[in-house]
Design a binder for this molecule. Structure first.
Ligand code: SAH
Length: 251
């Protein structure tokens, strides 16, 4: 029997309109979908009523299915001749362990196709109208993971500051350590930032503030997952700058 194919599919940030056509088609015709907790109910609703939906939701504190069991599940289904859609929030290759799953599949001789998705950084930037790069404010953008494991060992020196935008995934729980780490690296406590929660979803919220306020903002607004922290001058294009541009455009 021929192996099935594993499709590693990016589901984007939650709004079904932000799926690629390829992703939507694969979801609609799939008979097995293995999905993360981040994949929204609206997107899962596109699946056929006869499809088998398997949730492998990962939460920071309790892993429903450890990664090696997810790997085994994917390989077992593919080796039984079934195509599997492995659906992940955002883009599968950005903090999504898509790389690990693709490598293992290749090692086991199972064909993999990767379908990119709109990553949370792109979705949050668009929804909150924050340009991640801007000719007047930033020519470098970095994506980092802010979860606890190894946070203090990660070298973020130079990733944030003047002319640079830093986007932090999974950073809500560790916001106090993140603010401390960046200030210890020399970033100004006055550096502006935005927190974007539930980007692209109806319940989206955006909160702006300064680096020194980050832990208080997260606590005061009870920011929950999923949320991104964007740090840099692009988050605070001032009203004065916008007014000057409007005047120039009208002249
Ligand atoms: N592969 C995903 C990221 C997975 S890591 C992607 O490319 O987007 C999970 C983290 O992504 C969350 O902790 C959060 O920081 C971020 N995230 C995912 N969806 C989000 C959304 N709709 N709004 C804000 N942040 C989101």
């Amino acid at each position: 029997m021929e192996n099935g194919t594993i499709y590693l599919v990016g589901a984007g940030p939650g709004d079904p309109d932000l799926l690629t056509l390829r992703a939507a088609r694969l979801i609609e015709r799939a008979s097995i979908i293995v999905h993360d907790g981040l994949v929204s109910a609206d997107i899962l609703a596109l699946a056929s009523p006869s499809a088998r939906l398997i949730s492998v939701a990962k939460k920071r504190s309790h892993h429903t299915l450890p990664q090696d069991e997810i790997n085994r599940l994917l390989i077992r289904e593919a080796k039984a001749g079934r195509d599997v859609v492995r659906l992940k929030g955002g883009d599968p290759l950005i903090f999504g362990r898509g790389g690990e799953e693709a490598e293992l599949a290749r090692a086991c001789g199972v064909e993999v196709e990767i379908v990119p998705g709109i990553s949370a950084a792109n979705a949050a930037a668009a929804a909150a109208q924050i340009a991640l790069t801007h000719r007047d404010a930033a020519s470098i953008v970095s994506f980092v993971a802010g979860q606890c494991k190894g946070l203090s060992d990660q070298n973020w020196t130079g990733l944030a500051g003047k002319g640079r935008t830093l986007v932090i995934y999974m950073g809500v729980k560790t916001a106090p350590q993140i603010a401390e780490k960046l200030m210890a690296d020399g970033l100004s406590p006055d550096m502006p930032l935005a927190i974007v929660e539930n980007a692209s979803r109806p319940e989206m919220r955006m909160i702006r503030g300064l680096l020194a306020e980050l832990p208080d903002l997260v606590a005061a607004h009870r920011i929950g997952s999923p949320a991104l922290i964007v740090i840099g001058e692009v988050t605070a294009r001032s009203d004065a700058e916008l007014a000057a541009q409007a005047a120039e455009a009208a002249a």
